[in-house]
Design a binder for this molecule. Structure first.
Ligand SMILES: [Zn+2]
Length: 388
């Protein structure tokens, strides 16, 4: 199949042999510690791509006609036209230049310019204009839509350090409950999920920026590898009567006003972040990014939320299930994998607040979340099988 493509190109090059392309249009493939890259600058020069880069966040965007891509230095995944493409190697910088992993760069050029026939000539990526959109080989189409196995779970204990989160009656702090529940989850999953790595974003009382929580998870994505992101929180209300637990997935359209205010409460953590313009940061860059997240990830997140909520409802019978909801949580924006945020109960409710402080209840919540995660993985693996 590859040989055929190269043949087609050389044939086309002979047929067209236009002086402008000269049969030699190509980009240098550069090697960085054994891995292959294409310089973004070279792509911009050759194809007229436009790009923007946020130096502080080390994130950038690439634009061409109606197409767009989003990348971050250090991540092995790039979003191209709302779809996630993964590589074995991360986007990196060399002498200040942004270097895109070869396989992702090749995919990007194919998507941005379907009329180009692309091939590889030794240390060059060469292309020729066929005048007609290239038809993707069936195998490649499958690669684009294929699912990657769940190889890791990231447990994100909400708040920490100088950010206590919500405060309950008697001064109990959200950050302590979330850490304890998260460590419980880690213990259970390590025992039950062989072959899947379990990571805690924090395992002690420390402050972690929202973007570092997201980055912690995203950096673990690689070609053929997917993960789950579970952010653990407890809720607060001015009404001490309100109780119950709920599971959220990211959406710009909150379920209702209550969901909207829960997200607003959680998003307040950015006041603790050092950067003075952090408000701008989340409202601008990550907002666009959140909107670009694939509908596939959102679908999977909704499924994960359903499994987790059901899991908790089985192990926590004392309090009511408030159901699966959607809202715009900053910590879920930009997570490039199925991601949910669990509000494990109301710390401001006298009875539930007391429960949330107890080891037994924390263990029950963790057990429920784990049952949900395992249920999701089972369903997910079934989906992979039927897809292939
Ligand atoms: Zn919280």
């Amino acid at each position: 199949m590859i040989a055929k493509r190269i043949l087609n190109i050389s044939l086309l090059a002979c047929l067209l042999s236009s002086p402008s392309s000269g049969g030699d249009a190509g980009l240098d493939i550069k090697k960085i510690s054994g891995a292959e890259y294409i310089s973004l600058y070279d792509m911009m020069k050759s194809f007229g791509y436009e790009s923007s880069f946020d130096v502080f966040m080390q994130k950038g965007r690439i634009y061409f006609k109606s197409h767009h891509a989003a990348y971050a230095v250090g991540l092995s995944a790039v979003i191209i036209d709302g779809k996630l493409y993964k590589s074995d190697n991360p986007v990196t910088r060399m002498n200040g230049e942004i270097m895109i992993p070869f396989d992702i760069a090749r995919d990007m050029i194919r998507i941005f310019s379907p009329e180009l026939a692309i091939s590889r000539d030794d240390s060059r990526l060469v292309y020729a204009d066929t005048g007609a959109p290239e038809k993707l080989e069936p195998q490649e189409e499958k690669r684009y839509t294929g699912k990657d196995r769940i190889a890791f779970v990231v447990i994100d204990a909400g708040h920490g350090g100088k950010d206590p989160g919500a405060i309950g009656k008697g001064g109990s702090r959200e950050k302590d409950v979330t850490l304890s529940v998260s460590r419980n989850i880690e213990g259970i999953l390590k025992e039950k999920l062989g072959g899947i790595k379990i990571h805690l974003v924090r395992r002690d009382d420390r402050f972690v920026n929202l973007s570092d929580r997201t980055g912690f998870a995203n950096r673990r994505l690689k070609k053929g590898v997917n993960g789950l992101f579970i952010s653990v929180h407890v809720n607060a209300s001015i009404s001490p009567k309100i109780s119950g637990y709920e599971t959220y997935f990211l959406s710009q359209n909150p379920t209702n006003d209550e969901a909207r205010s829960t997200a607003a409460l959680e998003n307040d953590v950015i006041v603790f972040e050092e950067r003075r313009d952090s408000g701008k940061k989340y409202n601008d860059v990550d907002y666009i990014e959140a909107r670009m997240i694939t509908t596939q990830i959102q679908k999977e997140s909704s499924l994960l939320a359903g499994s987790v909520q059901k899991g908790i409802s089985k192990s926590v019978r004392k309090y009511k299930s408030r159901g699966v909801k959607k809202a715009d949580f900053y910590v879920l924006r930009g997570v490039l994998m199925p991601a949910v945020l669990v509000e494990a109960g109301y710390i401001t409710n006298l009875k539930e607040g007391r429960s949330l402080k107890s080891r037994e209840h924390q263990a029950a919540v963790a057990e429920g979340i784990c049952a949900g995660i395992m249920d999701f993985i089972k369903k997910y693996n079934r989906m992979i099988k039927t897809k292939k």
